[in-house]
Design a protein around this ligand. Structure first.
Ligand code: FAD
Length: 408
């Protein structure tokens, strides 16, 4: 029987395996991951899961029984060392080989550990990508009363982690190198909103703080910045971005750009090998360019495309990117990509505090929407971006104008 081997059993790999079975694939499906626990949801790791007492088993992508039922073999705690495209085999860390007819790379990404002196030897320093990272963080929280935490990096993961640790009673300082938080992904209006939100919740978010060293201190660490300021930390969380796990593909000679390059069917430069999820550099027809995304949406959508393609169906990836973030009681939903915007319209909703949206335009084209506690703006934003509707910007900013194309 034909065999399909999937390297990486997270959002992309797991969704792919089940989708392939649903597409009618009769051969074997084997999911391999270096992580040794059953595959789990990553977004809650910095959100609800971090503040809950639940074990990871409450947070699984699929139950153990589902894999058995769909005849999906799981090889957990297994690292894949190399791909031999000529013999169509993969080589595991222990030297054994496995043959494939179709190979799917769902290798995702790993946290960047910046080359800051003292980072390697710092006490209670953790990234946040895996269940094991959260277990370490929770253990440190449980063992220390009045814990002082420094979070390096004011992106979504850093800010969500800060909010969660605050909820757990820690005192938290976020150090961001840029002049505003979320600078890479949102407009200044949105950065200012989150800056204030953290301030109001007594989390100190400091910008233009370039961490230059981490030094040992009697209780833990001292985090030192280039401006001479320093911050005591019993625990340090590193959230400064990710490296794509592209080395396997690279060594195998596949085409790599800002990720593993795939076509509209999630196929790499080798027709027997597909790549899906965070590790891919793929074409997005809405924005007419190649992009790399770090989102559940992209992992799931590419998984479905790859499954359909392997099943011989005609298909083409054309998803509109979306993403969310939860901090305190604020739900942020984002749709589209704002890169290249030249104007934003901020829309406040009448009589609803902390309910607003930021609309990003390039000329008259709506590129993306960030909606704060505002599902309606998110839904209409999605619709307007997909439909390419022309929107009257002055009306859009008026809370009395309802979300209807005729009104806007
Ligand atoms: P990954 O989840 O990175 O999984 C890749 C897997 O491959 C890993 O398990 C790894 O162990 C395995 N692997 C890699 N190389 C090998 C090898 N050689 N051998 C064996 N195994 C290997 N996205 C959202 O859309 N919304 C959110 O709110 C959100 N919040 C997040 C919060 C946190 C804390 C984190 C960490 C991520 C968050 N994300 C969020 C991003 C989202 O989790 C990722 O986009 C998603 O996990 C990507 O899935 P993936 O399967 O492509 O890759």
């Amino acid at each position: 029987e034909p065999s399909c081997v999937v390297i990486g059993a997270s959002h992309a790999g797991v969704n792919f395996a089940f989708a392939l079975r649903r597409e009618g694939w009769n051969g074997s499906i084997c999911l391999i991951d270096a992580d040794s626990v059953l595959p789990y949801h990553r977004p809650p790791l910095s959100k609800a899961y971090l503040t809950s007492d639940e074990g990871i088993e409450k947070n699984l992508l699929k139950s153990k029984e589902s894999y058995i039922k769909d005849r999906i073999e799981l090889k957990l705690g297994v690292w894949v060392e190399a791909i031999d495209r000529e013999s169509k085999t993969i080589i595991l860390a222990d030297g054994t080989t496995m043959a494939y007819d179709k190979l799917v790379l769902a290798t995702g990404a790993r946290p960047i550990m910046p080359p800051i002196p003292g980072l390697d030897t710092a006490k209670n320093l953790f990234p946040l990508r895996s269940a094991a990272d959260v277990a370490n963080i929770k253990k440190t929280v449980a063992e220390n009363e009045s814990l002082q935490v420094v979070v390096i990096g004011g992106g979504y993961i850093g800010l969500e982690t800060a909010a969660s640790l605050k909820k757990l009673g820690a005192s938290v300082t976020v150090l961001e190198r840029e002049s505003r938080i979320l600078a890479r992904v949102t407009a200044p209006e949105m950065s200012a909103f989150f800056q204030k939100l953290h301030h109001d919740n007594h989390v100190s978010v400091l910008t233009e703080k370039n961490v230059t060293s981490i030094e040992p201190a009697s209780t833990g660490n001292t985090v030192v910045c280039s401006d001479g300021s320093s911050y005591p930390a019993d625990m340090v969380i590193v959230g400064v971005g990710i490296h794509v796990n592209k080395e396997l593909a690279e060594k195998a000679g596949l085409t790599i750009e800002n990720g593993i390059r795939v076509n509209e069917m999630a196929q790499t430069s080798d027709a027997s090998i597909y790549a899906i999820g965070d590790c891919t550099f793929h074409y997005n027809p809405h924005y007419d360019r190649y992009i790399r995304l770090e989102s559940v949406q992209n992992a799931v959508d590419q998984a479905k495309i790859a499954a359909a393609a392997i099943a011989g169906k005609k298909c083409s990836y054309d998803s509109l990117p979306w993403f969310w973030s939860d901090q305190y009681d604020v739900k942020l939903q984002m749709v589209g990509l704002s890169d290249g915007y030249d104007e934003v319209v901020v829309r406040e909703e009448a009589d609803r505090p902390n309910c607003f949206s930021v609309w990003y335009f390039q000329g008259d084209t709506l590129l993306s929407v960030d909606a704060v506690n505002n599902a309606k703006a998110y839904v209409y934003g999605t619709k307007f971006i997909k439909g390419g509707e022309k929107i009257d910007k002055s009306k859009l900013g008026d809370p009395r104008a309802e979300f209807k194309p005729a009104n806007l």
